[in-house]
Design a protein around this ligand. Structure first.
Ligand SMILES: Nc1nc2c(c(=O)[nH]1)N[C@H]1C(S)=C(S)[C@@H](COP(=O)(O)OP(=O)(O)OC[C@H]3O[C@@H](n4cnc5c(=O)[nH]c(N)nc54)[C@H](O)[C@@H]3O)O[C@H]1N2
Ligand SMILES: Nc1nc2c(c(=O)[nH]1)N[C@H]1C(S)=C(S)[C@@H](COP(=O)(O)OP(=O)(O)OC[C@H]3O[C@@H](n4cnc5c(=O)[nH]c(N)nc54)[C@H](O)[C@@H]3O)O[C@H]1N2
Ligand SMILES: [Mo]
Length: 690
């Protein structure tokens, strides 16, 4: 139905942000202007509420700094000085530059790298026409590891996929372990169910180095050292075995490798793990008792795991261990028992239909890991690496702010001989380095269709308003670039509504999506009550033959951090940099009303560590290590335990006190599984700024 521009009406949409909640939105439009964005009360998972950030979505969309015309660099690289150009000039110049690289030889297009992540989680504006374009071109492929790949690989090796409990059933659990997760800040709609469980008498235990907003609302908080979760899980197993708090029947029928796992876990008495984790053996025994008591009638017990705890060297192994815990007590038998890290494996998305890897036509370009973009931009051509990266096309991501080891990332982006195109809403830290900066539409201005990783509903997003200024959708920009490159295949003419329809094909009722804005993708309630794990063995795999075949340990183990707490005399503090509540990664940092709440880049520190360094609350401090330094405001805080500091992320560098953010300190070391970054595996020292 179309509406006259003057009438007030509501448009159904989907929140595009990288968050487990994937909310259903209702946008009120009046006179062609979006005046309000609200949570859709008809969508059960959203239940009519939004987080503070997204309820300000109109402030972001109509921000005076929104990019509204294509721009070309005029100043020095990185100076952020641009002049407006027409779309025609921008696109033909970009096409000429890319064509010149691609035309040099059979594989020369590999010198071109697309760089994108989850600025929008939309399946269409995320990576559809863009992927077709780069496949047709033969550009390098991108290994999209920056967030979740360690945990994802661990789940796949252990449970067989990114599957788990349904979020709403946590309300019926008797014990909830909130492990490496701060739902009040980053998974608000889960917290609703946890609170409901609490009201019904459930016990909530938070396992997190930081006394987060969530930790202080739980019955108990276990503040372990970063990167020691695997040791805690092993000792928990030790106690469950030692006390015989096991569901022997479930273990025998539905798991693989239990005897091997049992032998390893028996090497981890609570005393050993407590020393590693920086907690007491009593805390571990009490945790085991609470968890063990939940087998059978006293249960069920549920674990809400989040990605916070896998951003360390042993993150993959830690997720593997925690993912097996429900099998020990048979928690999966009940729909309110088990665990959830991600439900994304429930979505039958037809990525090939959207991204058309067949356009590679038999070519096999190299793959670049997005988490080592700092080093890779600085790598010369070589036999093993292939050609140096000569052109970079960035969309849906802000790597200069979010990728680890910013010193190297900035050095890479500053290369005079690198040709960089950035598609953005705003002039971010990354956009400052663009040769061409192209204005993209926001979620209020385009079509899209969504999967999620918290709940199991597909969502549809309709445009609520016309694109602002000359902004264009990502898809339209790549369609037109394809035209300028002379790509004449019909794949480059499909419009966005057609692409939306391809995402699920027949697997989801598209008419229902169009009508309601959301539709369930599965009716499964207790996925592993009868075993039936989608692993090669059909069982929960303590032992993974697939990992063993790769020369890795088939059994999960505790792997100390690359930069283990206490291992360096120069850098005695372990720094983690979890999300700030009012930002979404680096998105929203430029929205004034939200930045006002966060104030300044902060470092939380325990009073004892502050005293030892003569640091006062509110001081400007220098946080440093061998990679760099970052100035920020010290908060002497009850949220920090001794030995651990928190640099809440992810600020734009240009809003920082000294033009940097926490990633100036993080490293490009990778995780054990999934080739992911280790943002929370980082040692630093802190002094006053003299
Ligand atoms: N408000 C807000 N919401 C967000 C985001 C945001 O930036 N802001 N980011 C979104 C994204 S991209 C993601 S991936 C998701 C999930 O993002 P996550 O990174 O899972 O974020 P949190 O849920 O905050 O959980 C992180 C928690 O893990 C803790 N932690 C850090 N290191 C360790 C450790 O070694 N062990 C344990 N046990 N805990 C540790 C941190 O202190 C923090 O409280 O959140 C999404 N939601
Ligand atoms: N130190 C530290 N670093 C971290 C993390 C951490 O916890 N600590 N978290 C990591 C995690 S979990 C993640 S997921 C990454 C996230 O890293 P990114 O995926 O890069 O996320 P954002 O920083 O939100 O940047 C997304 C950008 O995409 C743009 N965008 C949004 N929608 C569109 C669109 O439709 N079209 C175009 N062209 N652009 C759009 C937004 O304006 C925004 O600037 O950061 C990682 N970095
Ligand atoms: Mo993420």
């Amino acid at each position: 139905m179309t509406h006259p521009d003057t009438a007030t009406h509501q448009v159904r949409g989907a929140c595009p942000h990288d968050c487990p909640d994937t909310c259903s939105l209702l946008t009120t439009v009046s006179g062609g202007v979006a005046i309000k964005v609200q949570g859709n009360p008809a969508h059960p998972a959203t239940a009519g509420t939004l987080c503070t950030k997204v309820s300000r979505y109109t402030e972001r969309t109509y921000h005076p700094d929104r990019l509204q015309q294509p721009m070309k660099r005029v100043g020095a690289k990185g100076s952020g000085q641009f002049e407006p150009v027409s779309w025609g000039v921008a696109l033909s110049d970009i096409a000429n530059r890319l064509h010149a690289i691609a035309a040099r030889g059979p594989d020369s297009a590999q010198a071109i790298l697309p760089y994108s992540y989850a600025g929008t989680m939309g399946l269409v504006q995320g990576d559809s026409m863009s992927a077709r374009f780069f496949h047709r071109l033969g550009a390098s492929l991108l290994d999209r590891t920056i967030c979740a790949s360690a945990g994802a690989e661990a789940l796949t090796q252990t449970l067989g996929g990114k599957l788990g409990m349904r979020i709403e059933f946590f309300a019926e659990s008797k014990l909830i372990l909130i492990w490496g997760s701060n739902p009040i800040a980053s998974n608000l709609h889960f917290w609703r169910h946890a609170q409901e469980a609490k009201r019904r008498g459930a016990r909530l235990i938070c396992i997190d180095p930081r006394r987060s907003e969530t930790a202080e609302k739980c019955h108990e908080h276990i503040a372990l050292l970063p990167g020691t979760d695997a040791a805690l899980a092993l000792a928990l197993m030790h106690e469950l075995i030692h006390r015989d708090w096991l569901d022997h029947d479930y273990l025998a029928q539905h798991t693989l490798g239990w005897e091997l796992m049992r032998a390893r876990a028996l090497q981890w008495p609570p005393e050993r793990a407590a020393a590693v984790c920086g907690i007491t053996p009593e805390q571990i025994r009490a945790l085991a008792q609470a968890y063990g008591a939940c087998r059978g009638e006293a249960g069920p017990a549920a674990i809400r795991l989040n990605y916070g705890m896998q951003r360390v060297r042993g993150g993959g192994n830690a997720v593997r261990l925690i993912a097996t815990l429900p099998a020990l007590i048979g928690a999966w038998r009940h729909r309110a028992g088990g665990m959830l890290l991600s439900s994304s494996g429930s979505f039958p998305v037809n990525r090939a239909a959207l991204q058309r890897p067949d356009l590679l036509a038999g070519r096999r370009p190299r793959t670049i890991n997005m988490s080592t973009i700092g080093d890779d931009l600085l790598r010369p051509a070589s036999a093993e690496f292939g050609p140096a990266i000569e052109a970079l096309v960035v969309y849906n991501s802000n790597p200069v702010a979010v990728a680890p080891d910013s010193g190297r990332v900035v050095q890479g982006f500053a290369r005079e001989d690198l040709f960089t195109v950035v598609l953005e809403h705003f002039q971010t830290d990354t956009a400052d380095y663009a040769d061409y900066l192209l204005p993209a539409t926001t979620q209020l201005e385009h079509w899209d269709v969504h999967a999620g990783y918290g709940h199991t509903d597909a969502l549809l997003n309709r445009p609520a308003i016309a694109p602002l200024g000359q902004a264009r959708t990502n898809t339209q920009i790549f369609r037109e670039l394809a035209l300028h490159m002379g790509f004449t295949e019909p794949e480059f003419t499909e419009d966005d509504q057609t692409l939306c329809g391809l995402a699920y094909g027949d697997a989801v009722d598209f008419e229902a999506l169009l009508a309601k804005g959301f539709a369930p993708v599965t009716q499964v309630r207790a996925p592993f009550a009868q075993g039936q794990f989608p692993t090669p063995s059909g069982k929960c795999e303590f032992f993974s033959a697939r990992l063993a075949a790769q020369g890795l340990d088939g059994l999960p183990d505790y792997l100390p951090n690359h930069e283990a707490p206490g291992s360096s005399a120069h850098y005695p503090l372990a720094m983690i940099s979890p999300p700030a509540r009012n930002f979404l990664n680096s998105s929203f940092v430029n929205v004034q009303s939200l930045r006002d709440i966060e104030g300044e880049p902060l470092l939380e520190m325990h009073a004892q560590d502050a005293k030892a360094r003569g640091l006062n609350d509110g001081a400007t401090v220098r946080v440093f290590n061998q990679r760099g330094q970052h100035h920020c405001r010290l908060v002497v805080s009850h949220r920090a335990r001794p030995g651990v500091v928190h640099g809440l992320g992810v600020w734009w560098r240009k809003f920082g006190l000294d033009g940097t953010n926490v990633n100036q300190l993080t490293s490009q070391h990778l995780t054990d599984l999934g080739r992911a970054p280790t943002f929370y595996d980082c040692l630093v020292e802190v002094t006053t700024v003299s």
